[in-house]
Write a protein that binds this ligand. Structure first.
Ligand code: ATP
Length: 394
């Protein structure tokens, strides 16, 4: 994979930096897709050592900021301060505050990629998408890229909690935003990535060994033959649904939604897993996230809650006019792809169990997701099968 710094040309003028504020990006969204302008992103090959305590990172952060943003190049270190932003488990996210000469303080985030995350995240894909999504007004504005991370605008908003997802007003707004998100066009291949990604995960996840005896024992109880059979069966059934393919977020959990209550503005953030994919996958995956951090799947939205979301997704302006057929079609798609979401994150967790330095019980997470898949599969697969046979007879 080429380094992020190789991907972009340099940009270092003050006027260009001004162009990159969030308001401009939002208004750009009103323009037809082909007229959306991408602003060149400044880049640096600097690497910031993520193992240092935050105060010891400051000198490199200052050097980086001065290299990326010419307007800060004359400020001394006393103008900069950094703190850790809580929440991220994949990357180290910092808030960098810069007191400019005019007395204004500008906040940005500095994201340092977690070690070994390249096994599950395609950074090239992410960087390409982020520019287009950011130009379409989604997420934080991308301000600069460097050897092992990126600088983005700081969003002043609260991060949603799992229980917020089922609040009808917020659910309608998320659905509406997701509809808009799915309309963004990212250049390049439009091939859905779900099965490529899942089988890539499967190849890696099924050939691991753990030094820790207890982990190895637990891992050895997994039948990868069984997992493979399940994957093939689900791939075949979902293939028959001919679900629309869109640019999907693929990880729409509450932590990736921020809300500015005063402005009533919702932000979808963190496009690390974004790719062209089946719309039903993105929605089914989002519904799985109602279960929250404890994976309490009794919290999965009931049919009424799902229909409320789906109506608002299909017709954000006139949710009550959505036809029963369109609703049923998306409901079936979502229910089947929700199963794929369990398999995707189950296999992802096995790779994390081996590769991630983060102290989290990823092996148990595999079982949580795989067990829930097994619990739901009969109901969802027969829903898909009967829908397909009904459609054939019509
Ligand atoms: N641009 C931003 N401005 C302000 N806060 C942010 C911004 N980006 C992320 N955050 C906060 O940091 C949290 C983690 O961010 P993000 O999901 O992007 O990191 P991550 O390392 O990919 O985390 P995870 O692996 O948990 O998804 C978010 O839930 C949000 O609270």
């Amino acid at each position: 994979m080429s380094k992020p710094a190789d991907e972009f040309s340099s940009r270092n003028s003050e006027s260009e930096a001004e162009e990159s504020n969030h308001e401009d990006a939002v208004s750009d969204n009103e323009k037809p897709k082909h007229q959306q302008q991408l602003v060149p992103i400044p880049s640096s090959s600097l690497i910031v050592d993520h193992t240092l305590p935050v105060p010891d990172m400051l000198p490199s952060l200052v050097k980086l900021s001065k290299e990326l943003f010419k307007e800060w190049s004359n400020l001394d270190e006393s103008h900069f301060s950094a703190e850790r932003v809580s929440g991220g488990i994949t990357n180290l996210l910092l808030k960098l505050s810069v007191k400019e000469e005019n007395g204004n303080t500008v906040d940005v985030t500095v994201r340092l990629y977690g070690p070994n995350t390249e096994y599950v995240i395609n950074r090239e894909r992410e960087l390409q998408a982020i520019q287009y999504l950011s130009a379409a007004g989604f997420g934080a504005k991308l301000l600069g890229v460097f050897g092992n991370g990126m600088v983005q605008s700081f969003i002043h908003a609260r991060t949603l909690e799992p229980l917020d997802l089922r609040n009808p007003k917020l659910a309608a707004e998320i659905a509406k935003q997701l509809n808009r998100f799915h309309q963004v066009e990212i250049p390049g291949s439009k091939e859905p990535q779900l099965w490529n990604d899942i089988f890539k995960f499967y190849e890696r996840a099924s050939t691991l060994t753990f030094d820790d005896h207890e982990k190895q024992k637990k891992y050895a109880t997994i039948s990868f033959e069984e997992v493979h059979t399940e994957l093939m069966k689900l791939k075949e059934l979902t293939g028959c649904l001919e679900a629309p393919v869109v640019f999907a977020h693929n990880d729409l959990l509450s932590g990736n939604l921020m809300l500015n209550d005063d402005e009533e503005k919702m932000y979808i953030i963190d496009f690390e897993y974004g790719s062209y994919n089946y719309r039903g996958f993105d929605i089914g995956n989002h519904f799985n996230e109602y279960a929250g951090y404890d994976c309490d799947y009794t919290l999965y939205p009931n049919k009424d809650e799902q229909y409320h979301f789906l109506r608002n997704y299909l017709q954000p302006e006139n949710p009550d006019t959505v036809s029963e057929n369109a609703l049923k079609e998306l409901y079936v798609e979502t229910s089947c792809y929700m199963l794929a979401s369990h398999l995707y994150w189950a296999l992802w967790a096995l790779i994390q169990a081996k590769m991630s330095p983060i102290d989290f019980d990823y092996l148990s997470y595999f079982f949580l997701r795989y067990d829930e898949f097994k619990k739901q599969k009969e109901t969802c697969l027969s829903l898909g099968e009967s829908y397909l046979s009904e459609s054939k007879t019509k």
